[in-house]
Design a protein around this ligand. Structure first.
Ligand code: GBH
Length: 448
Protein backbone atom coordinates (compact mmCIF):
# COMPACT_ATOMS: atom_id res chain seq x y z
CA UNK A 1 0.00 0.00 0.00
CA UNK A 2 2.49 2.56 1.15
CA UNK A 3 4.29 3.10 -2.16
CA UNK A 4 6.85 5.89 -2.29
CA UNK A 5 7.92 7.51 -5.57
CA UNK A 6 10.75 5.80 -7.40
CA UNK A 7 14.04 7.50 -6.63
CA UNK A 8 12.75 8.58 -3.21
CA UNK A 9 15.84 8.86 -0.99
CA UNK A 10 15.98 7.29 2.46
CA UNK A 11 18.64 8.51 4.80
CA UNK A 12 19.68 10.02 8.09
CA UNK A 13 21.02 13.36 9.31
CA UNK A 14 23.62 14.72 11.74
CA UNK A 15 25.57 17.95 12.20
CA UNK A 16 29.25 18.69 12.68
CA UNK A 17 29.49 20.08 16.20
CA UNK A 18 26.99 17.56 17.51
CA UNK A 19 28.98 14.46 16.50
CA UNK A 20 32.51 15.15 15.30
CA UNK A 21 34.58 15.93 18.38
CA UNK A 22 38.22 17.05 17.86
CA UNK A 23 37.04 20.60 17.19
CA UNK A 24 40.54 22.08 16.94
CA UNK A 25 42.25 19.18 15.18
CA UNK A 26 44.47 19.56 12.11
CA UNK A 27 44.52 23.33 12.03
CA UNK A 28 40.82 24.05 12.60
CA UNK A 29 39.89 27.35 14.22
CA UNK A 30 37.42 27.60 17.12
CA UNK A 31 33.73 28.06 16.35
CA UNK A 32 31.18 29.99 18.39
CA UNK A 33 29.95 26.63 19.70
CA UNK A 34 33.42 25.73 20.95
CA UNK A 35 33.51 29.03 22.83
CA UNK A 36 29.96 28.76 24.11
CA UNK A 37 30.50 25.22 25.38
CA UNK A 38 33.71 26.26 27.14
CA UNK A 39 32.04 29.15 28.93
CA UNK A 40 31.13 27.94 32.43
CA UNK A 41 27.44 27.71 33.17
CA UNK A 42 26.07 27.69 29.64
CA UNK A 43 25.96 23.93 28.98
CA UNK A 44 23.98 21.38 30.94
CA UNK A 45 26.33 19.20 33.03
CA UNK A 46 29.28 21.25 31.70
CA UNK A 47 29.27 19.11 28.55
CA UNK A 48 31.15 20.16 25.41
CA UNK A 49 31.60 18.92 21.86
CA UNK A 50 35.30 18.16 22.50
CA UNK A 51 34.70 14.44 22.01
CA UNK A 52 30.98 14.15 21.15
CA UNK A 53 30.63 10.92 19.10
CA UNK A 54 34.28 11.04 18.02
CA UNK A 55 33.00 10.88 14.47
CA UNK A 56 35.97 12.91 13.22
CA UNK A 57 38.13 9.87 13.92
CA UNK A 58 35.52 7.14 13.46
CA UNK A 59 33.81 8.33 10.29
CA UNK A 60 34.71 5.17 8.36
CA UNK A 61 33.04 2.98 10.98
CA UNK A 62 30.00 5.25 10.95
CA UNK A 63 29.74 5.04 7.17
CA UNK A 64 29.98 1.24 7.45
CA UNK A 65 27.14 1.35 9.96
CA UNK A 66 25.01 3.41 7.60
CA UNK A 67 25.78 1.00 4.79
CA UNK A 68 24.72 -1.91 6.97
CA UNK A 69 21.41 -0.14 7.66
CA UNK A 70 20.90 0.42 3.93
CA UNK A 71 21.02 4.22 4.09
CA UNK A 72 20.84 5.80 0.64
CA UNK A 73 21.68 9.35 1.69
CA UNK A 74 23.53 10.98 4.54
CA UNK A 75 22.93 14.59 5.47
CA UNK A 76 25.86 16.06 7.42
CA UNK A 77 27.17 19.57 7.94
CA UNK A 78 30.59 21.06 7.37
CA UNK A 79 32.36 22.96 10.11
CA UNK A 80 33.21 26.34 8.58
CA UNK A 81 36.19 26.91 10.90
CA UNK A 82 37.82 23.64 9.83
CA UNK A 83 37.80 24.95 6.25
CA UNK A 84 38.64 28.59 7.03
CA UNK A 85 40.12 28.84 10.54
CA UNK A 86 39.83 32.64 10.45
CA UNK A 87 36.44 32.52 8.75
CA UNK A 88 37.74 34.06 5.53
CA UNK A 89 41.06 34.08 3.69
CA UNK A 90 43.41 31.21 4.38
CA UNK A 91 42.04 27.75 3.49
CA UNK A 92 43.00 24.91 5.81
CA UNK A 93 43.55 22.06 3.37
CA UNK A 94 43.47 19.43 6.14
CA UNK A 95 39.91 20.49 6.94
CA UNK A 96 38.85 20.23 3.31
CA UNK A 97 40.52 16.81 3.15
CA UNK A 98 38.46 15.48 6.04
CA UNK A 99 35.18 16.18 4.27
CA UNK A 100 36.63 15.05 0.96
CA UNK A 101 37.50 11.66 2.49
CA UNK A 102 34.05 11.44 4.08
CA UNK A 103 32.40 12.13 0.73
CA UNK A 104 34.55 9.51 -1.00
CA UNK A 105 33.80 6.95 1.69
CA UNK A 106 30.06 7.59 1.37
CA UNK A 107 30.11 7.33 -2.40
CA UNK A 108 32.21 4.17 -2.31
CA UNK A 109 29.42 2.71 -0.17
CA UNK A 110 26.63 3.90 -2.43
CA UNK A 111 25.44 6.61 -0.01
CA UNK A 112 24.60 10.01 -1.44
CA UNK A 113 26.20 12.91 0.46
CA UNK A 114 23.79 15.75 1.32
CA UNK A 115 25.87 18.65 2.60
CA UNK A 116 24.65 21.43 4.90
CA UNK A 117 26.98 24.42 4.81
CA UNK A 118 25.87 26.03 8.06
CA UNK A 119 24.50 24.13 11.02
CA UNK A 120 25.09 26.88 13.60
CA UNK A 121 28.89 26.82 14.10
CA UNK A 122 30.19 30.16 12.84
CA UNK A 123 33.96 30.67 13.11
CA UNK A 124 34.69 32.52 16.37
CA UNK A 125 36.99 34.86 14.41
CA UNK A 126 33.95 36.13 12.52
CA UNK A 127 31.85 36.47 15.64
CA UNK A 128 34.61 38.81 16.83
CA UNK A 129 33.69 40.97 13.85
CA UNK A 130 30.02 40.97 14.76
CA UNK A 131 29.01 37.59 13.37
CA UNK A 132 25.58 37.64 11.72
CA UNK A 133 25.11 41.26 12.83
CA UNK A 134 27.78 42.34 10.34
CA UNK A 135 26.46 42.92 6.83
CA UNK A 136 29.71 41.49 5.46
CA UNK A 137 28.61 38.08 6.77
CA UNK A 138 26.84 37.45 3.46
CA UNK A 139 30.13 37.74 1.56
CA UNK A 140 32.01 35.73 4.21
CA UNK A 141 29.52 32.92 3.80
CA UNK A 142 29.63 32.99 0.00
CA UNK A 143 33.43 32.82 0.13
CA UNK A 144 33.32 29.79 2.41
CA UNK A 145 30.62 28.13 0.33
CA UNK A 146 32.62 28.66 -2.86
CA UNK A 147 35.64 26.89 -1.39
CA UNK A 148 33.46 23.83 -0.79
CA UNK A 149 31.68 24.05 -4.14
CA UNK A 150 35.07 24.01 -5.89
CA UNK A 151 36.39 21.16 -3.77
CA UNK A 152 33.33 18.89 -3.68
CA UNK A 153 30.70 19.74 -6.27
CA UNK A 154 31.99 17.04 -8.63
CA UNK A 155 31.07 14.51 -5.95
CA UNK A 156 28.25 16.21 -4.00
CA UNK A 157 24.92 16.71 -5.73
CA UNK A 158 22.84 18.15 -2.87
CA UNK A 159 23.74 21.29 -0.97
CA UNK A 160 21.83 23.15 1.72
CA UNK A 161 22.89 26.68 2.63
CA UNK A 162 21.54 27.17 6.17
CA UNK A 163 20.01 24.81 8.68
CA UNK A 164 17.07 26.41 10.48
CA UNK A 165 17.85 30.14 10.40
CA UNK A 166 14.94 30.61 12.83
CA UNK A 167 16.79 28.67 15.51
CA UNK A 168 20.00 30.60 14.83
CA UNK A 169 18.32 33.91 15.64
CA UNK A 170 15.73 32.82 18.22
CA UNK A 171 18.28 30.77 20.19
CA UNK A 172 21.44 32.72 19.40
CA UNK A 173 20.31 36.36 19.40
CA UNK A 174 16.89 36.64 21.06
CA UNK A 175 16.81 34.19 23.98
CA UNK A 176 20.49 33.33 24.26
CA UNK A 177 20.18 29.60 24.93
CA UNK A 178 22.38 28.85 21.91
CA UNK A 179 25.64 30.35 20.63
CA UNK A 180 26.56 33.17 20.54
CA UNK A 181 24.21 33.55 23.51
CA UNK A 182 22.89 37.06 22.99
CA UNK A 183 19.58 38.26 24.36
CA UNK A 184 18.72 41.28 22.32
CA UNK A 185 15.48 42.07 20.53
CA UNK A 186 17.10 44.75 18.39
CA UNK A 187 19.79 42.42 17.09
CA UNK A 188 17.40 39.66 16.10
CA UNK A 189 15.88 41.05 12.88
CA UNK A 190 19.35 42.21 11.81
CA UNK A 191 20.84 38.74 12.24
CA UNK A 192 17.80 37.30 10.51
CA UNK A 193 18.21 39.50 7.44
CA UNK A 194 21.95 38.89 7.21
CA UNK A 195 21.47 35.13 7.44
CA UNK A 196 19.09 35.30 4.52
CA UNK A 197 21.41 37.60 2.59
CA UNK A 198 24.10 34.96 3.18
CA UNK A 199 21.77 32.28 1.86
CA UNK A 200 21.11 34.35 -1.27
CA UNK A 201 24.79 35.10 -1.78
CA UNK A 202 25.72 31.41 -1.52
CA UNK A 203 23.02 30.41 -4.02
CA UNK A 204 24.29 33.05 -6.44
CA UNK A 205 27.85 31.78 -6.00
CA UNK A 206 26.61 28.25 -6.65
CA UNK A 207 25.07 29.23 -9.95
CA UNK A 208 28.50 30.35 -11.16
CA UNK A 209 30.26 27.05 -10.53
CA UNK A 210 27.85 24.42 -9.25
CA UNK A 211 26.22 21.83 -11.45
CA UNK A 212 23.68 20.20 -9.12
CA UNK A 213 21.07 21.19 -6.55
CA UNK A 214 21.09 23.78 -3.80
CA UNK A 215 18.37 24.63 -1.30
CA UNK A 216 17.49 25.91 2.15
CA UNK A 217 16.55 23.95 5.28
CA UNK A 218 13.92 25.37 7.64
CA UNK A 219 12.15 24.11 10.74
CA UNK A 220 8.39 24.28 10.44
CA UNK A 221 5.94 23.87 13.32
CA UNK A 222 2.34 24.40 12.25
CA UNK A 223 0.39 26.66 14.61
CA UNK A 224 -3.25 25.91 15.40
CA UNK A 225 -5.43 28.43 17.25
CA UNK A 226 -6.43 27.36 20.76
CA UNK A 227 -9.83 29.00 20.22
CA UNK A 228 -11.66 31.03 17.63
CA UNK A 229 -11.33 34.22 19.66
CA UNK A 230 -9.88 37.17 17.70
CA UNK A 231 -7.02 37.32 20.21
CA UNK A 232 -6.03 33.68 19.71
CA UNK A 233 -6.41 33.90 15.95
CA UNK A 234 -4.16 36.96 15.85
CA UNK A 235 -1.68 35.23 18.15
CA UNK A 236 -1.61 32.22 15.83
CA UNK A 237 -0.91 34.52 12.88
CA UNK A 238 1.99 36.15 14.77
CA UNK A 239 3.46 32.78 15.74
CA UNK A 240 3.16 31.52 12.15
CA UNK A 241 4.79 34.63 10.72
CA UNK A 242 7.55 34.57 13.32
CA UNK A 243 8.52 30.91 13.10
CA UNK A 244 7.33 29.60 9.76
CA UNK A 245 7.29 32.55 7.38
CA UNK A 246 10.08 34.83 8.61
CA UNK A 247 12.67 33.07 6.43
CA UNK A 248 10.62 31.39 3.73
CA UNK A 249 8.68 34.48 2.67
CA UNK A 250 11.81 36.47 1.73
CA UNK A 251 13.50 33.46 0.12
CA UNK A 252 10.48 32.26 -1.85
CA UNK A 253 8.24 35.30 -2.27
CA UNK A 254 10.62 38.24 -1.98
CA UNK A 255 8.75 39.89 0.89
CA UNK A 256 8.48 39.83 4.68
CA UNK A 257 5.32 38.85 6.54
CA UNK A 258 3.70 42.08 7.85
CA UNK A 259 3.03 40.55 11.29
CA UNK A 260 6.76 40.78 12.05
CA UNK A 261 6.34 44.51 12.69
CA UNK A 262 3.94 43.60 15.42
CA UNK A 263 6.35 41.01 16.85
CA UNK A 264 9.49 43.15 16.78
CA UNK A 265 7.94 46.57 17.32
CA UNK A 266 10.48 49.35 17.11
CA UNK A 267 13.23 46.77 16.60
CA UNK A 268 11.83 46.05 13.13
CA UNK A 269 13.08 47.86 10.06
CA UNK A 270 11.80 47.21 6.54
CA UNK A 271 14.16 45.48 4.17
CA UNK A 272 15.43 47.42 1.18
CA UNK A 273 14.32 46.28 -2.26
CA UNK A 274 17.91 45.35 -3.00
CA UNK A 275 18.06 43.03 0.00
CA UNK A 276 14.75 41.42 -0.90
CA UNK A 277 15.93 40.83 -4.46
CA UNK A 278 19.28 39.43 -3.31
CA UNK A 279 17.58 36.93 -1.00
CA UNK A 280 14.97 35.73 -3.43
CA UNK A 281 17.11 33.43 -5.55
CA UNK A 282 15.62 30.44 -7.35
CA UNK A 283 16.48 27.32 -5.40
CA UNK A 284 16.21 23.65 -6.34
CA UNK A 285 14.54 22.30 -3.22
CA UNK A 286 13.42 23.10 0.29
CA UNK A 287 14.46 20.97 3.25
CA UNK A 288 11.83 20.70 5.94
CA UNK A 289 12.67 19.76 9.53
CA UNK A 290 9.54 18.63 11.31
CA UNK A 291 9.26 17.62 14.95
CA UNK A 292 6.07 18.94 16.50
CA UNK A 293 3.21 21.46 16.33
CA UNK A 294 1.91 24.19 18.62
CA UNK A 295 -1.65 24.92 19.71
CA UNK A 296 -1.37 28.64 20.22
CA UNK A 297 -3.11 31.18 22.42
CA UNK A 298 -2.64 34.85 23.06
CA UNK A 299 -0.34 35.61 26.01
CA UNK A 300 0.39 39.33 26.41
CA UNK A 301 3.14 38.61 28.96
CA UNK A 302 5.21 36.34 26.70
CA UNK A 303 7.88 38.58 25.21
CA UNK A 304 8.09 39.34 22.29
CA UNK A 305 5.68 37.22 20.21
CA UNK A 306 3.00 37.30 22.94
CA UNK A 307 1.88 33.71 22.44
CA UNK A 308 1.83 30.55 24.52
CA UNK A 309 1.57 26.90 23.55
CA UNK A 310 -1.37 25.08 25.10
CA UNK A 311 -0.67 21.62 26.47
CA UNK A 312 -2.92 18.95 25.00
CA UNK A 313 -4.64 16.44 27.29
CA UNK A 314 -3.96 12.87 26.31
CA UNK A 315 -1.17 13.71 23.89
CA UNK A 316 2.23 12.04 24.07
CA UNK A 317 5.09 14.39 24.96
CA UNK A 318 8.68 13.41 24.24
CA UNK A 319 11.78 13.90 26.41
CA UNK A 320 12.24 17.38 24.97
CA UNK A 321 8.65 18.20 25.95
CA UNK A 322 7.40 18.34 22.37
CA UNK A 323 3.98 16.98 21.47
CA UNK A 324 3.90 14.07 19.02
CA UNK A 325 1.55 15.13 16.22
CA UNK A 326 2.04 13.31 12.90
CA UNK A 327 -0.90 15.09 11.21
CA UNK A 328 1.17 18.27 11.55
CA UNK A 329 3.58 16.90 8.97
CA UNK A 330 0.76 16.48 6.43
CA UNK A 331 -0.54 19.96 7.22
CA UNK A 332 2.97 21.43 6.94
CA UNK A 333 3.66 19.91 3.54
CA UNK A 334 0.28 20.91 2.13
CA UNK A 335 0.76 24.45 3.53
CA UNK A 336 4.19 24.73 1.89
CA UNK A 337 2.75 23.72 -1.47
CA UNK A 338 -0.15 26.16 -1.13
CA UNK A 339 1.89 29.12 0.03
CA UNK A 340 5.13 28.66 -1.89
CA UNK A 341 4.08 26.62 -4.90
CA UNK A 342 5.54 23.47 -6.36
CA UNK A 343 9.13 22.91 -5.34
CA UNK A 344 10.83 19.59 -4.59
CA UNK A 345 10.90 18.97 -0.85
CA UNK A 346 13.04 16.79 1.36
CA UNK A 347 12.26 15.96 4.94
CA UNK A 348 15.74 16.84 6.14
CA UNK A 349 15.02 16.04 9.81
CA UNK A 350 12.36 14.19 11.75
CA UNK A 351 12.83 12.19 14.91
CA UNK A 352 12.37 11.96 18.63
CA UNK A 353 14.27 12.14 21.92
CA UNK A 354 13.38 9.40 24.36
CA UNK A 355 14.77 8.35 27.70
CA UNK A 356 17.39 5.70 27.28
CA UNK A 357 16.31 2.10 27.80
CA UNK A 358 19.06 -0.16 29.15
CA UNK A 359 21.08 -2.20 26.69
CA UNK A 360 20.04 -5.85 27.12
CA UNK A 361 22.07 -8.53 25.36
CA UNK A 362 23.30 -5.96 22.93
CA UNK A 363 19.74 -4.83 22.14
CA UNK A 364 18.00 -1.61 22.96
CA UNK A 365 14.23 -1.48 22.81
CA UNK A 366 12.66 1.83 21.78
CA UNK A 367 9.09 1.00 20.72
CA UNK A 368 7.98 4.62 21.06
CA UNK A 369 10.57 5.71 18.49
CA UNK A 370 9.40 2.99 16.10
CA UNK A 371 5.86 4.26 16.55
CA UNK A 372 6.97 7.86 16.02
CA UNK A 373 8.78 7.00 12.80
CA UNK A 374 5.99 4.81 11.53
CA UNK A 375 3.30 7.44 12.13
CA UNK A 376 5.34 10.22 10.58
CA UNK A 377 6.23 8.14 7.53
CA UNK A 378 2.55 7.27 7.04
CA UNK A 379 1.78 10.99 7.30
CA UNK A 380 4.48 11.71 4.76
CA UNK A 381 3.03 9.11 2.46
CA UNK A 382 -0.37 10.72 2.80
CA UNK A 383 1.05 14.11 1.80
CA UNK A 384 2.75 12.56 -1.22
CA UNK A 385 -0.52 10.88 -2.21
CA UNK A 386 -2.18 14.32 -1.93
CA UNK A 387 0.25 15.62 -4.54
CA UNK A 388 3.13 17.14 -2.55
CA UNK A 389 6.47 16.57 -4.26
CA UNK A 390 8.62 15.04 -1.51
CA UNK A 391 11.85 13.44 -2.72
CA UNK A 392 13.39 12.00 0.41
CA UNK A 393 13.36 11.52 4.17
CA UNK A 394 16.25 11.85 6.63
CA UNK A 395 15.77 10.66 10.16
CA UNK A 396 17.23 12.76 12.98
CA UNK A 397 19.48 11.29 14.00
CA UNK A 398 21.88 8.50 13.17
CA UNK A 399 23.61 8.72 16.57
CA UNK A 400 22.83 9.88 20.07
CA UNK A 401 24.67 13.19 20.01
CA UNK A 402 25.24 16.56 21.67
CA UNK A 403 21.82 18.18 21.91
CA UNK A 404 23.43 21.64 21.99
CA UNK A 405 23.13 23.37 25.39
CA UNK A 406 21.18 20.37 26.72
CA UNK A 407 24.36 18.31 26.47
CA UNK A 408 23.98 14.57 25.97
CA UNK A 409 20.85 14.38 28.12
CA UNK A 410 18.51 14.06 25.13
CA UNK A 411 18.97 11.01 22.95
CA UNK A 412 17.70 11.36 19.38
CA UNK A 413 19.73 8.52 17.83
CA UNK A 414 18.43 5.36 16.17
CA UNK A 415 21.87 4.15 17.21
CA UNK A 416 22.91 4.33 20.87
CA UNK A 417 26.33 5.73 21.69
CA UNK A 418 28.01 4.73 24.95
CA UNK A 419 29.54 7.91 26.34
CA UNK A 420 32.50 6.14 27.93
CA UNK A 421 33.46 3.62 25.27
CA UNK A 422 31.92 5.27 22.17
CA UNK A 423 30.49 1.87 21.35
CA UNK A 424 27.59 2.05 18.88
CA UNK A 425 24.57 -0.22 19.52
CA UNK A 426 21.63 -0.43 17.16
CA UNK A 427 18.31 0.42 18.76
CA UNK A 428 15.28 -1.55 17.56
CA UNK A 429 14.24 1.58 15.64
CA UNK A 430 17.42 1.32 13.53
CA UNK A 431 16.48 -2.23 12.51
CA UNK A 432 12.94 -1.08 11.85
CA UNK A 433 14.04 1.86 9.72
CA UNK A 434 16.38 -0.45 7.85
CA UNK A 435 13.42 -2.68 6.94
CA UNK A 436 11.44 0.35 5.81
CA UNK A 437 14.28 1.36 3.51
CA UNK A 438 14.81 -2.15 2.14
CA UNK A 439 11.08 -2.44 1.32
CA UNK A 440 10.91 1.15 -0.04
CA UNK A 441 8.26 1.92 2.58
CA UNK A 442 6.08 -1.15 2.10
CA UNK A 443 6.99 -2.49 5.55
CA UNK A 444 4.98 0.43 6.98
CA UNK A 445 1.92 -1.69 6.30
CA UNK A 446 3.19 -4.51 8.56
CA UNK A 447 2.27 -4.50 12.24
CA UNK A 448 5.20 -3.42 14.40
C1 GBH B 1 16.82 20.57 15.13
O1 GBH B 1 16.23 21.72 15.63
C2 GBH B 1 18.28 20.81 14.89
O2 GBH B 1 18.52 21.04 13.50
C3 GBH B 1 19.18 19.73 15.38
O3 GBH B 1 20.50 20.19 15.41
C4 GBH B 1 18.72 19.28 16.75
O4 GBH B 1 19.59 18.37 17.34
C5 GBH B 1 17.37 18.65 16.56
O5 GBH B 1 16.48 19.51 15.92
C6 GBH B 1 16.72 18.22 17.87
O6 GBH B 1 16.47 19.30 18.68
O7 GBH B 1 9.55 23.71 22.89
O8 GBH B 1 7.36 22.99 22.18
O9 GBH B 1 8.10 25.25 21.73
C7 GBH B 1 14.93 21.58 16.18
C8 GBH B 1 14.06 22.81 16.03
C9 GBH B 1 12.66 24.33 17.15
C10 GBH B 1 12.11 22.01 17.25
C11 GBH B 1 11.93 24.59 18.43
C12 GBH B 1 11.29 22.26 18.50
C13 GBH B 1 10.37 23.97 20.00
C14 GBH B 1 9.10 23.27 20.36
N1 GBH B 1 13.19 22.98 17.15
N2 GBH B 1 10.87 23.63 18.67
S1 GBH B 1 8.49 23.85 21.91
Amino acid sequence: MAAFPSGFLWGCATSAYQIEGSPLADGAGPSIWHRFAHTPGLMRDAETGDIACDHYRRFKDDVALMKRLGMQAYRFSVSWSRILPDGTGRVNQAGVDFYSRLVDELRANGIEPFVTLYHWDMPAALDDKGGWLNRDSAEWFAEYASVLFRALDGRVTKWATLNEPWVVTDGGYLFGALAPGHRNLFETPIASRNLMRAHGAAVRAYRETGRHEIGLVVNIEPKYPASESPEDLAATRRATAYMNEQYLDPAMLGRCPPELRDVFGEAWTDWSDDDLAAVRQPIDFLGINYYTRAVTRDDPAAWPVRTATVRQDGAFYTETGWEVYPQGLVDTLVWIKQRYGDIPLYITENGVALADAPVENGRLHDPQRIEYLRQHLLALHQAIAAGVDVRGYMVWSLLDNLEWSLGFSKRFGIVHVDRQTQERTLKDSAEYYSRIIASHGRALDDPT
